[in-house]
Design a protein around this ligand. Structure first.
Ligand SMILES: [Zn+2]
Length: 379
């Protein structure tokens, strides 16, 4: 009997694996995959469980990547069902992880079981890279598994990341890259003083306002064929002043840039630091800046597998998926270091929301798409 995507999705959702908790999801997957003949390698880092499972040994190796962890449900009383007791209502499966992305994993496992039933001999291998740390810090998840696989000289020829990629309808969008993301925390330090005696103080908020205006107005680029224009957003401005008669001694601000592959995190740092330096100097203030880079921009140039996937999706959904680089970061930023990859999964409309759900028809279709991709890949 092939594995049912709906049954497996429900079993996964029933396990409340809010990052970093695993709640038995990795073992449940390993059990299902072993029953299909996969060799399961549990690769744990600190408190995080990860799985690399492989069927067959020869090349090419087609990989599916995903995560079993989910974000918290928020206020459970806002849900129409218990988020960890999945239920089908109006032909939709509702539960935390229903589209980000337990159901997608279930679709792929079900697809493999159908593929195996039809094809006794596999010319190559199928693997799954599953992590329990994607929604959180993502330090002990895919990032480290990729380093581990690299050390072991494990070759992956192509990888599909099963994150939700479609904005409204299944079939609309494949992701072939992602923008980079950098957060900057800037402090400007002046001299504190009495608000009635400004000549004895140096208010750092004046220059901070000018700096923020300036960096917001810098035109980073006009976008490229594959990417939208890079964008900076100021996310926090903070003068920690509790009285009205003091000129503050320091002021803090935070900003985030989503950038395309015309920039790198280091080229952006150089550009911004030069602005801070010259403006702060003119104001006779000092500054501190710290950056956090969540990922560099990347693009996987479409190859024949990309187009095969695109055509397969079109055949089943009657929609030709766009090759896009929009949205936030994903684990593809790590995997692309060892293999060409693309992302295709469910419709992301309800992800991270109350009553996260997936239409049963999409579950069936996605599983069918994955099955057809496997068949075309190994033809
Ligand atoms: Zn996700």
């Amino acid at each position: 009997m092939p594995i049912s995507e709906l049954k497996l999705a429900k079993e996964l959702i029933r396990r409340p694996s809010i990052t970093p908790k695993d709640a038995g999801t990795i073992n449940l997957l390993a059990k299902n995959l072993r029953s299909l003949g996969f060799k399961c390698n549990l690769i744990n880092f600190k408190n995080i469980k990860n799985l690399y499972a492989k069927l067959g040994r020869s090349s090419p190796n087609f990989c599916y990547a995903g995560h079993t962890d989910v974000v918290p449900p928020g206020n459970i009383s806002d849900w129409s069902v218990n988020p960890f007791r999945p239920a089908v209502k109006k032909n939709k499966l509702i539960g935390r992880g229903a589209n980000d992305m337990k159901a997608s994993i279930a679709c792929f496992v079900a697809a493999v079981s159908k593929f195996k039933a039809k094809n006794k001999k596999l010319k190559g291998s199928i693997s799954l890279l599953i992590t329990g740390d994607e929604e959180g810090l993502a330090i002990n998840g895919t990032k480290k598994v990729v380093e581990y696989l690299k050390r072991k000289k494990e070759k992956i020829n192509f990888c599909i990341v099963g994150e939700p990629t479609n904005p409204n309808k299944l079939g609309e969008m494949i992701k072939i890259g992602r923008r980079g993301s950098i957060t900057g925390r800037l402090s400007v330090i002046g001299t504190q003083g009495h608000v009635a005696y400004p000549h004895r103080a140096n208010n750092p908020s004046d220059v901070m306002v000018q700096i923020l205006k300036k960096i917001k107005e810098v035109k980073l680029d006009n976008g490229t064929k594959n990417f939208q224009a890079s964008n900076l957003e100021i996310t926090k401005i903070d003068i920690d002043n509790h009285v009205d008669n003091i000129i503050p001694g320091s002021v803090n601000a935070v900003f985030n840039i989503r950038f395309n592959n015309k920039h790198s995190s280091s080229s952006l740092k150089r550009k911004l630091n030069a602005i801070f330096k010259s403006m702060v100097k003119r104001a006779k203030c000092k500054f501190n800046i710290s950056y956090q880079v969540s990922g560099e921009a990347f693009l996987t140039k479409p190859n024949k597998t990309t187009y095969m996937v695109q055509n397969t999706i079109k055949k089943i959904t009657k929609i030709k998926p766009k090759l896009s680089t929009t949205g936030g970061t994903s684990d593809a930023r790590f995997i692309r270091k060892i293999a060409p990859c693309l992302e295709f999964g469910l419709v992301g409309k309800t992800m991270h929301k109350v009553d996260e759900s997936v239409p049963l028809s999409d579950l069936k279709k996605l599983s069918n798409i994955y099955l057809n991709i496997l068949e075309n890949y190994f033809k």
